[in-house]
Design a protein around this ligand. Structure first.
Ligand SMILES: C[S@@+](CC[C@H](N)C(=O)[O-])C[C@H]1O[C@@H](n2cnc3c(N)ncnc32)[C@H](O)[C@@H]1O
Length: 276
């Protein structure tokens, strides 16, 4: 079948499924999954689409129509000049987390030893390691599958300065805490009771382990604060509704002060702890 005809055929399927920007989505799939150049995808191309390519495209469209997020279908996401392979063992990195990385880079680029706790795809660790070439980053996650993907992402992007460790919360980096200067984390922070109200493509496809922050959304922060030694700079992503509860939780933290920063939507999204 000619590409033009195939595009029209699949376009109708996407439109029927209520997927907006269907042409854009198709162009993206043809480019990223089939490796076709934009110029031969545009309307009017009379190139033939081989059976193999047809099957691959059909399979991707099926997944999209079923509600799977496009980042999983394509299988990677570009961020900060880094190509991150993605699968359902890790959360799809969000723009807010890219903002968190910029906050850390703005405030802490004089430091050299970082930890990224709950690294997932490795977006934070890889970005810091790449943007601060003479740095060392400890990256940990409780999920061995996530950690394996993060490790692959570092390797694929030529990053060799990350030490990957598996385990709960701050525990895996405990032996290195003395040298770690800055700790960054985007932990699971959604209240269990609110998980049901997430968009269905998040709820059904992204790992609950990455989202579920426990009954009050604070499980991770509670044990993090109990394990945190004095004297570190800490940058954490937070739920926009958690400011009061996190302030209360921090009352028992010895040697720290804290502030909250808003994201580009104007919501409180980041908590920064600093030694006093
Ligand atoms: C919100 S995702 C963040 C992933 C990545 N850092 C990002 O910003 O895209 C949270 C991550 O925390 C991990 N996780 C959940 N509970 C954990 C725990 N108790 N200790 C360490 N990691 C945990 C999950 O496996 C998941 O990869």
């Amino acid at each position: 079948m000619k590409i033009e005809k195939a595009i029209d055929f699949f376009d109708e399927e996407l439109v029927r499924a209520g997927i907006s920007n269907s042409r854009f989505v198709l162009r993206l799939l043809c480019r990223e999954i089939l490796g076709l150049d934009d110029s031969i995808i545009v309307r009017g191309s009379d190139c033939e689409l081989s059976g193999d390519y047809w099957e691959k495209l059909r399979e991707s469209i099926k997944r999209l129509v079923a509600g799977e997020p496009i980042d999983y279908v394509i299988g990677y996401r570009d961020s900060n000049g880094i190509r991150l392979k993605l699968d359902r063992s890790v959360l799809i990195p969000r723009p807010e987390t890219e903002e968190l990385i910029e906050l850390v880079l703005d405030g802490e680029s004089r430091h050299r030893i970082f930890a990224d706790i709950a690294t997932g795809s490795g977006i934070i660790a890889c970005s810091l390691a790449k943007r601060l070439p003479d740095s060392k980053v400890y990256a940990s996650d409780i999920s061995p599958e996530a950690l394996s993907l993060a490790r692959q992402n570092a390797l694929a992007n030529g990053i060799n300065s990350i030490i990957f460790l598996q385990g709960d919360n701050l525990t895996p980096v405990e032996p290195y805490l003395k040298e770690i200067e800055v700790i960054v984390s985007n932990p699971p922070y959604i209240k269990t009771g609110l998980l049901g109200s997430l968009e269905s493509n998040v709820r059904e496809y992204e790992p609950m382990l990455a989202l579920d922050g426990g009954e009050d959304g604070l499980h991770f922060y509670r044990s993090f604060f109990s394990l945190l030694p004095e004297g570190k700079k800490v940058y954490m992503e937070i739920a926009e509704y958690a400011v009061d509860e996190l302030s209360k939780l921090s009352e028992n933290l010895v040697g720290y002060s804290y502030k909250f920063e808003r994201d580009f939507y104007g919501l409180y999204r980041f908590m920064i702890l600093y030694p006093v």
